[in-house]
Design a protein. Structure first.
Length: 746
């Protein structure tokens, strides 16, 4: 609508708050007249990170003030992503992102916003960062909506259930979905959200998919089609309904009419106990869930040494082995007197989360370390644990409550329980105390305390009886550290397996154990697959992880030394062709199958980048003409996708000339005329900048370019790519590598 009123393609829409406030106001009024209760301020991209050198505070303030002048019942401060990936997938730190968001939130509240809408989010960690900034710096209600691709996941692989469980637990006042697809195509996503959202559900679809007609971007869903679909969405339990790209006042008017007289559905969300990673949700109480214990240094000399020495290869090896063996959750404990626990816990947590898809159980008694880890964790963690001592409750409960963690309550207090009655009494007291402190009962898991039978043979039976009572009487899930039962005994694995069997019969929800032990696999009846060695790793004669293994697990740590050592016997080209590329291909296949997600692909590419630098080969050879030219088109400042494509292409040994973002047509043409690169990749995230993509391709053709052009970006489809004149559609970085392999003969 702004473009129809004179906004140039690619210009910041938010600047109209200062230069053309009357136009912005007229658009807001058109939506209010159409029946909108809430209008979103023209502040979507008003972020100091994006709008460097501009008076962002004034842009936000005026945006909110203009919206309030429209007569709307409520005004939402509109907030979106930075357009850059957060660590560990990118270079933007959590604290940098938080600082920007805090500034935006405080400015918006001061200007008079009634609520905050955090929307079009792809990175769950960035959504969490923005939500925390809003909650910690304002008193306003906060709605959060993610955007999903056709496969039902965000750009970084988060599914709707995982996002909903995580954001609901963090205290969002409404969660849901926006942008993404048309309303009809969103129905499966909305069903998942409505099933697990413990707060209201918000849905703002596009008016269908975008197309280009006569050089203009148009959307396929008419107001009537949109309204009919939105009525069905309301029947699924969504109660905050609106529109995103392409939804005009006529779409809102038609939706309002279609919903007239419709009563909001009162959803019944069955309580659930869950833990999430960035890409996966595990529900406790739904069958037996195995918590892997191998990332705990207690009694493990090699792991202890690895933690002290910072040997991430060993740690990631252990994590991957447990995932492949069938663990559902990984327990993470780095507590050693020789290390800074807060620093190491966060570092290991990030590395492990980038390597495996499993949720983590943060096993930590240091409140400082635990709080920092919970804050930076992309998902809903389990905290292990709290007990009935006041010092423990006061230190741990506020952290669990603030970050929406699932909390393990250990049946322990001022005295050590010996009988099942004493254990149950502690469990009952814990549930009562924790719920009184604001922890939901469904977020409480009880550890009935395993003591060794070496000193008291009755302890195994007493623990199992306590599990049965807690499960049946309190109705909460249970965990146990299985191996504790056999300390000081011979034939420990046999004892542990027998104890595990007894506890499973008593109703144990989640045993904590080593998933690679055959005896446990036998008891669990196919739940676990015992591994000889992880398929991800190759080893040299000293037993160190090889280059291929480092790429596959995304471990940057030792790759430079490994490459330098290998260069004594092999050429750089041999290392590239025999180590790097086969490993990247293997990860790429897993990515295509949905077995791993973008963070894992990025991590693998980063390892290869470091390896290339170690042998001074590959992407940065300035004497070599580029194979590929990349650019984010004129007016578009979002370059996440382009940067990932660049990283992966360079990992495969292609020379890439990156022209950056907001690149005019003439610069792309000049770069091709100078280099004659055989492939040009163009990126655009916003529908408003897709016309720049077409004009760039037209300019290349007019200049006589023989390069093939591949296009990509969130708003593009195969059909859309053809309409702008592209030769190829690169739906993701892996697909773009395949395009390069077709075109560039090496």
């Amino acid at each position: 609508m702004l473009q129809a009123r004179g906004l140039k393609a690619g210009a910041f829409p938010e600047t109209y708050n200062l230069t053309h406030p009357e136009i912005v106001l007229s658009i807001h009024k058109a939506y209010v007249a159409a029946g909108a209760d809430v209008v979103t301020a023209n502040t979507f991209g008003a972020n100091p990170f994006k709008m460097k050198g501009m008076d962002v505070a004034e842009i936000i303030t005026r945006g909110v003030e203009i919206a309030k002048a429209s007569g709307a019942s409520k005004v939402a401060l509109d907030v979106s992503s930075h357009g850059a990936l957060l660590e560990p997938n990118g270079t933007l730190t959590f604290d940098e992102a938080y600082e920007n968001y805090a500034f935006i939130m405080k400015t918006g509240e001061k200007a008079g916003a009634d609520l905050i809408l955090i929307e079009t989010m792809s990175d769950l960690l960035e959504a969490k960062c923005a939500l925390l900034a809003a909650k910690e710096n304002t008193s306003l209600p906060v709605y959060v909506t993610m955007t999903y691709t056709e496969d039902g996941r965000t750009f970084l692989g988060t599914d709707p259930v995982t996002a909903t469980v995580t954001l609901s637990s963090l205290g969002a006042d409404a969660v849901g979905v926006n942008c993404s697809l048309g309303a009809r195509d969103m129905l499966p996503v909305i069903r998942d959200i409505a099933k697990y959202a413990t707060c209201p559900v918000i849905v703002q679809p596009n008016a269908g998919l975008p197309k280009i007609k006569s050089g203009m971007t148009v959307y396929e869903d008419t107001p009537d089609i949109f309204a009919t679909a939105m009525k069905e969405i309301a029947s699924l339990g969504a109660t905050i309904l609106g529109g995103c790209c392409g939804t005009t006042p006529e779409h809102i008017r038609a939706m309002r009419a279609a919903l007239q007289g419709t009563k909001p559905l009162q959803r019944e969300v069955k309580p659930y106990t869950a833990a999430t990673s960035q890409t996966k949700t595990v529900f406790l109480g739904d069958g037996v869930k195995v918590i892997g214990e191998r990332l705990n240094p207690t009694g493990k000399k090699k792991l202890k040494a690895a933690l002290i020495e910072g040997d991430m290869d060993y740690l990631l090896h252990e994590a991957i082995d447990q995932e492949k063996a069938g663990a559902d959750i990984l327990d993470l404990n780095v507590g050693l007197p020789e290390i800074n626990e807060a620093e190491v816990l966060v570092k290991v947590m990030k590395e492990v989360s980038s390597t495996v898809t499993l949720p983590l159980q943060l096993d930590c008694s240091d409140p400082v370390a635990l709080e920092r880890a919970c804050r930076l964790y992309s998902g809903k963690p389990i905290i292990n644990s709290v007990n009935m001592k006041k010092s423990s409750l006061d230190a741990i409960v506020p952290i669990a409550k603030k970050y929406g963690a699932t909390l393990i309550g250990l049946c322990l207090g001022d005295t050590m329980p010996k009988t099942h009655e004493e254990r149950y009494a502690y469990a009952e007291a814990l549930v009562k105390e924790l719920t009184s402190r604001g922890i939901k009962k469904s977020d409480i898991v009880i550890d009935c305390l395993v003591l060794t039978i070496a000193t008291d043979p009755t302890q195994a039976d007493e623990t199992a009886l306590a599990v049965k009572e807690v499960t049946e009487k309190l109705g909460v899930c249970t965990v146990l550290g299985i191996s504790n039962v056999s300390f000081g005994m011979p034939d420990r694995l046999k004892i542990n397996a027998a104890f595990l069997s007894e506890c499973l019969q008593a109703g144990l929800s989640a045993p904590i154990l080593n998933p690679l032990v055959q005896e446990y696999a036998d008891v669990l009846g196919g739940k676990l697959l015992t591994l000889e060695t992880a398929e991800y790793f190759t080893f040299d004669k000293e037993g160190a992880v090889g280059i291929r293994g480092m790429v596959l697990c995304g471990s940057v740590g030792g790759v430079e030394d490994a490459v330098k050592e290998t260069l004594l016997t092999r050429t750089p080209l041999e290392i590239i062709n025999e180590e790097f590329i086969p490993a990247l291909d293997e990860i790429g296949v897993k990515f295509e199958k949905g077995e791993v997600f973008l963070p894992r692909l990025i991590a693998a590419a980063e390892v290869v980048k470091k390896g290339m630098e170690a042998m001074k080969a590959g992407g940065e050879d300035e004497d070599k003409a580029p194979d590929v030219i990349l650019a984010t088109v004129k007016g578009d400042i979002h370059d996440i996708g382009k940067n990932i494509v660049k990283m992966l292409l360079r990992s495969y040994g292609y020379k890439v000339l990156d022209l950056g973002k907001d690149v005019p047509e003439s610069a792309v043409v000049e770069a091709w005329e100078r280099t004659h690169a055989p492939l040009i990749g163009l990126s655009a995230l916003m529908t408003t900048t897709v016309p720049s993509m077409k004009s760039t391709i037209d300019a290349l053709k007019a200049a006589g370019s023989t390069a093939k052009v591949a296009v990509g970006g969130a708003v593009l489809t195969e059909e859309y790519a053809r309409t702008v004149g592209a030769d190829y559609y690169g739906k993701d970085a892996r697909a773009t590598v395949k395009i390069a392999e077709q075109i560039i003969k090496r």
